[in-house]
Design a protein around this ligand. Structure first.
Ligand code: SF4
Ligand code: SF4
Ligand code: SF4
Ligand code: FES
Length: 315
């Protein structure tokens, strides 16, 4: 494997050649937000979240569309980038239920009774724990000025007692289109998103297509729009995400920075996963994926003083 060197946020790293910048950066501990790309799928550049600044370019670039060159100098955070990302996230959330995403009791609530009288159509679905959009908004926050969600009343379809599709939760990322192509060489969803936006008139039952129910689109979907249908007998005819060697799960956003000390390390329950250690001035000092984060951080605690850490779970 040929390696190249890039400078990212002032830090020199060595990455394999031929990997989109967003994936190479994330794998090296530099998380760049983004939801329409996936490390195993062709990027569409549709969500607009993954912008970075690159020396030599006048305008911010979509990091999922950039193949890094040796010597490239990249910045992943600035006021300009934050503004672009927040605008992109506002646009996504305007068309997606979002009442629960920044609710103070979102992790304790089962969403059947709303303490704040939010309408049912604006509450999160049953995929809250694994939802990539939810993880992303935990990381970025729901941007100020995000418009209220107006229900779209789009199709909800149960497929062969196996899949459930709810297009009210679709964010038009088109990952399902790409996943269908790489798995079965089919184009079942190919005409759903003319100009990158869902056209509801194109939605039809999968039984009226050549769909083999392979499940790649379920793996690819970052929200609850295409999911496995849980029956009284569990999930029928399909292995849950990540267990059958299907699509990998993209690197999740890191947790908030915590001071590196015994007390905070003792509270770590995430395993396995990646840690990042930062000096208090923000410089990344160490980043590693490991099986036992608590053990590893305890060993490093005395080596790094005045430091903070973040965690990224491997789901
Ligand atoms: S249902 Fe209501 S109380 Fe529960 S998480 Fe959502 S907004 Fe918060
Ligand atoms: S798909 Fe995710 S963000 Fe959307 S309603 Fe479900 S849990 Fe919430
Ligand atoms: S169904 Fe899921 S994967 Fe397909 S475009 Fe909508 S959100 Fe993306
Ligand atoms: S991840 Fe790059 S545009 Fe969506």
């Amino acid at each position: 494997m040929i390696k190249i060197n890039i400078n990212i946020d002032g830090y020199e790293i060595s990455i394999p050649e031929g990997i989109p910048l967003i994936d190479a950066a994330r794998e090296s501990g530099f998380y760049i937000p983004g939801i329409c790309s996936h490390p195993e799928l062709k990027p569409s550049g549709l969500c607009g979240l993954c912008v970075v600044e690159i020396d030599g370019f006048d305008e911010p670039q979509l990091s999922c569309m950039v193949m890094p060159d040796d010597g490239m100098v990249i910045r992943t955070s600035s006021d300009q980038l934050i503004e672009i990302r927040e605008n992109a996230l506002r646009e996504i959330l305007a068309n997606h239920p979002h009442a629960c995403l920044d609710c103070d009791i979102r992790f304790e609530c089962d969403r059947t009774q709303c303490k704040y009288d939010k309408p049912e159509y604006d509450r999160c679905c049953g995929h809250f724990d694994e939802c990539e959009l939810r993880h992303l908004t935990d990381y970025m926050g729901v941007p100020k000025g995000t418009p209220e969600y107006i229900p779209r009343d789009l199709p909800k379809i149960t497929e062969q007692e196996m899949f459930f599709r709810d297009y009210n939760l679709c964010i038009s990322c088109t990952r399902c289109v790409q996943a269908c192509m790489i798995s079965e060489g089919l184009n079942i969803y190919g005409n759903y998103f003319p100009d990158g936006k869902l056209d509801p008139s194109k939605i039809k039952p999968l039984t009226e297509t050549d769909c083999s129910f392979c499940g790649y689109c379920v793996d690819a979907c970052p929200t609850g729009a295409i999911s496995l249908l849980e029956t009284d007998f569990g999930f029928l005819g399909y292995f849950p995400m990540g267990t059958a060697g299907r699509l990998a799960i993209p690197t999740p956003p890191p947790s908030k920075k915590l001071p590196l000390n015994k007390e905070t390390i003792n509270q770590v329950t995430v395993n396995p996963g990646r840690f990042n250690i930062y000096h208090k001035d923000g410089k990344l000092l160490d980043s590693k994926r490991c099986k036992n984060l608590q053990e590893e951080l305890s060993e490093l605690m005395n080596e790094f003083t005045d430091c903070y850490f973040t965690l990224q779970p491997d789901y």
